[in-house]
Design a protein around this ligand. Structure first.
Ligand code: C2E
Ligand code: MG
Ligand code: MG
Ligand code: MG
Length: 286
């Protein structure tokens, strides 16, 4: 009796495992087809100067619209793409699409593209980036590649070499989500970053917690001293905006200024910026 119960449980367990494995495989298979099926799209989120309130550029954020799964967040599919080696193809597509798009924007606007650590470690990163940027016609200094602290954990010499080569062709480097990983302020001295993106977790608490405020103030100060642009991620309220502006943070990005939108809505937005009013800016008016 106990034995049959036990094996019954094992069976249920086994079939759950089976279901999960099947789902994992089907997710991966869907993701592999996503590009070809036109389910991927890049959304763009504005970054603005805190003082002039002018748009400095846009961050390219990948979106996956699956006919049945609906919108799958990048936090779910990027790690899978990294695991199955698909990130190179997806990353190249994002870079090509974003650079081609940005080449048509006014020259004052930059485009920021996220680079996965897996892409960063790839042997032919430099070659593929340079080829893509050149073909797009975008001036390389209008491209900002966002890397995360995790790439700094790897062999430092290789990391520095890669960053130096990217910088040599004029590409800008931004340190994304700064403060969330394990790298120290010292890493800002060792690597040639152009920009520091202060992580949203500090911004969320910047008006309510002294520790978060102290970190934002410190990082902004260090960034300024080292000649790097600082940008606060995830600005959602006027109070947060005023707070980061007060400590001297140069740029902001967040829902208060604008949510990520498709390139088509961006055209409209840019036309509006040359003309009358920007609804996205309403929240920022004094
Ligand atoms: P990230 O690079 O730090 O991008 C910023 C994320 O914060 C985006 O989430 C954006 O929608 C969200 N965000 C911006 N402003 C606000 C705000 O005011 N409040 C809140 N709550 N969130 C805000 P998203 O688009 O879901 O992307 C998540 C992460 O996925 C990105 O974080 C990035 O690490 C990764 N990712 C997105 N697109 C790509 C890509 O093309 N390649 C790679 N390798 N990673 C990507
Ligand atoms: Mg980013
Ligand atoms: Mg970020
Ligand atoms: Mg982030």
């Amino acid at each position: 009796e106990a034995k049959s119960l036990g094996s019954g449980h094992a069976c249920v367990f086994q079939s759950q495992m089976q279901t999960r494995l099947t789902e994992k495989k089907s997710f991966e298979a869907d993701l592999k087809q996503a590009l070809r099926k036109g389910e991927l799209e890049i959304f763009y989120q504005p970054q603005v100067n805190t003082i002039t309130r002018e748009i400095c550029g846009y961050e390219a954020l990948l979106r996956w619209f699956h006919p049945i799964r609906g919108q799958v967040p990048p936090s779910e599919f990027i790690p899978v793409a990294e695991n199955i080696g698909l990130i190179h193809e997806l990353g190249d597509w994002v870079l090509r699409t974003a650079c081609t798009e940005a080449a048509r924007w006014p020259r004052s606007l930059k485009v920021a593209v996220n680079l996965s650590p897996v892409q960063f470690r790839s042997r032919n990163l430099i070659q593929s980036v340079v080829t893509i940027v050149t073909q797009s016609g975008l001036d390389p200094d209008r491209l900002e590649l966002e890397i995360t602290e995790s790439v700094l954990l790897d062999k430092n010499e290789q990391t520095l070499e890669t960053l130096t080569q990217l910088k040599a062709v004029g590409i800008q480097i931004a340190m994304d989500d700064f403060g969330t990983g394990y790298s120290s302020l010292g890493s800002l001295r060792s690597f040639p970053f152009d920009k520091i993106k202060i992580d949203r977790s500090f911004i969320r608490d910047v008006t309510t917690r002294a520790d978060a405020f102290a970190i934002v103030e410190l990082v902004t100060g260090v960034g300024r001293s080292l000649g790097m642009t600082t940008i606060a991620e995830g600005i959602e309220t006027e109070e947060q905006f005023a707070c980061v502006k007060q400590v001297g943070c140069e740029q902001v990005q967040g829902f208060l200024i604008g949510r990520p939108v498709p390139a088509t809505q961006l055209d409209h937005l840019r036309q509006a910026s040359n003309g009358v009013s920007l609804t996205e800016y309403e929240g920022l008016v004094d």
